[in-house]
Design a protein around this ligand. Structure first.
Ligand code: NAD
Length: 504
């Protein structure tokens, strides 16, 4: 059956006003400016291939200007003197602005990234606002401690008074990926601003638009000039110029492990602080006593939501042999029932991959798997005349050492493997360079918590998958990253400590 995508006219969406002002400019020092070299690049709707906007393509000169503005705002002007309570109120107003514009931001995200509208409108955009609300309450909770010391050099007539203070780490380069663009930006901006840092945000080249619209909202609610600067462009140009810049104090990065490793060497010039939220190859383990009415839909949404373009996607599914066949059939039925289509079409369950290149990359795993003897239970095909849609896919019979089982696919591809014992499945689940997340599906409290303790993963979900909240720290073990976002640890990333020791 030919696959057609409903025609969506961006000019008839709530994003039309924003899209009309073309080309989109950079936000530097509170002003919208073209790239110094005058360069632009295009961003398009991956479902239709239709161009959405031309966007400024920042280079080294723009990075210099943004870093200078961020440094100035850090040290002088209203931001340097803002009280903790004012900072908290400002973050709260940012959350209000995001919520007030949630419909528009969700449509813009869907047009630029491809995700279904409901995911953006009821998941990611509210979650972005929630980041600012959560950290607004922490803006006035930053304090050090007074510390009794054992020093006696001052002699008996004097005493020691020692204390610590918390300071912003400084100028932060926030570099984010394309899978959940606004949410990823918010996860860096909110704690960075609560800590008092200034930021240069670099969205991914595939999905620059919601970051730019957020920039307008930030200016509108009164974020002072230079506190948040937004540079659109390519990773190897503007991203690299930021990560090697000697006046950037910290890189907050979310993206692939390959680029994360590159940043480690790029950051060493001035020993930048570095947090890395990287890739994953997360296992979902279904025990024989699991309630399959919960587990099968839960595991399916853990791999198929957002077209599998989720860092924590549960792509390695291990089902106990007693229930293996039922799980394979249940997942295949769910995959086959998903309707592909434009993210703004209310009938769509899954939008396109972010680009044709991403769809082809996903397909390369299937092609290789087929030649290695993997069985394609359902899916395994690119769809649509743009070549960007990928059929939700269920595979069995993959070798534990194969690319399918070891590399991040970042697409809607579930690989199901039977197991016989808990020891066996634990060893397989942990046999990965990654350690981002895992889910367990069981009615047994003790098995759940024993496995949770032994899994090498930054997050373990029990009878759920991909549950996030600003309160819950999130980060990767092994090659899935350095450091944690969310919660109190998420704020620590943006703070330095200073010890003051006085003879009084
Ligand atoms: P990517 O690493 O290709 O790009 C991420 C960002 O880095 C983009 O803005 C890109 O322009 C920039 N970049 C690329 N090369 C750079 C360089 N040399 N110097 C500086 N910046 C550079 O990742 P992607 O393809 O955009 O996103 C998908 C990846 O992100 C997946 O691996 C996914 O697992 C990961 N991810 C991780 C998390 C997490 O929380 N752990 C969340 C979302 C996505």
């Amino acid at each position: 059956m030919p696959f057609t995508v409903a025609s969506i006219d961006p000019e008839k969406t709530r994003a039309a006003r924003f899209l009309a002002g073309d080309p989109k400019q950079l936000l530097i020092d509170g002003r919208w400016v073209s790239a110094a070299a005058g360069a632009t690049f295009g961003t398009s709707d991956p479902a239709s291939g239709r161009g959405l906007a031309l966007v400024a393509r920042a280079g080294r000169e723009d990075v210099d200007a943004a870093v200078t503005a961020a440094r100035r705002a850090l040290n002088h002007g209203p931001w340097a003197g803002i009280t903790p309570a004012e900072k908290g109120r400002l973050l709260w107003r940012i959350a209000d602005a995001i919520e007030d514009h949630a419909d528009e931001l969700a449509e813009l995200e869907t047009l630029d990234q491809g995700k279904v509208y409901a995911t953006a409108r009821f998941g990611e955009i509210p979650a972005a606002a929630a980041q600012f609300r959560y950290y607004s309450g922490m803006a006035n909770q930053l304090h050090g401690t007074t510390i009794p010391t054992s020093i006696t050099r001052q002699g008996p007539a004097k005493r020691i008074f020692a204390y610590t203070t918390r300071e912003p780490v400084g100028v932060v380069a926030a570099i984010v990926p394309w899978n959940s663009p606004l949410l990823m930006a918010a996860m860096k901006l909110a704690p960075a601003l609560a800590a008092g840092c200034t930021v240069i945000l670099k969205p991914a080249e595939n999905t620059p638009l919601t970051a730019l619209r957020l920039g307008e909202l930030l200016v509108g609610v009164g974020v002072p000039a230079g506190v948040v600067n937004i540079l659109t462009g390519y990773g190897t140009e503007v991203g690299s110029a930021l990560s090697t810049h000697r006046d950037v104090d910290k890189i907050a990065f979310t993206g692939s492990t390959a680029v994360g490793k590159q940043l480690i060497s790029d950051a060493r010039g001035n020993l930048k602080r570095l947090t890395l939220e990287l890739g994953g190859k997360s296992p979902a383990i279904i025990l024989p006593d699991a309630n399959l009415e919960i587990a099968v839909p839960g595991v399916a949404s853990g791999i198929f939501d957002n077209g599998g373009q989720v860092c924590v996607a549960g792509s390695r599914i291990y089902a106990h042999r007693d229930i293996y066949q039922e799980v394979v059939e249940g997942l295949a039925d769910r995959a086959a029932a998903l309707t592909l289509g434009h993210g703004l079409d209310p009938d769509s369950d899954m939008g396109p991959m972010v680009s044709r290149g991403q769809a082809e990359r996903v397909h390369s795993f299937i092609t290789q798997g087929r030649s290695d003897g993997v069985e394609v239970i359902t899916g395994g095909a690119i769809e649509g005349c743009q070549g960007t849609f990928y059929r939700p896919t269920v595979l069995t019979g993959a070798d534990p050492g194969s690319r399918l089982m070891r590399e991040e696919i970042f697409g809607p591809v579930a690989v199901v493997t039977p197991y016989d014992s808990l020891d066996e499945v634990l060893a397989w689940a942990n046999d990965s360079e990654y350690g981002l997340a895992a889910s367990l599906w069981t009615e047994s409290l003790s098995n759940a918590h024993r496995l949770a303790a032994d899994l090498n993963a930054g997050t373990v979900w029990i009878n759920c998958h991909s549950y996030f909240s600003p309160e819950l720290p999130k980060g990767g073990h092994k090659e899935s990253g350095w450091g944690y976002e969310n919660g109190a640890p998420g704020l620590e990333n943006y703070l330095e400590s200073k010890t003051v020791c006085a003879v009084i």
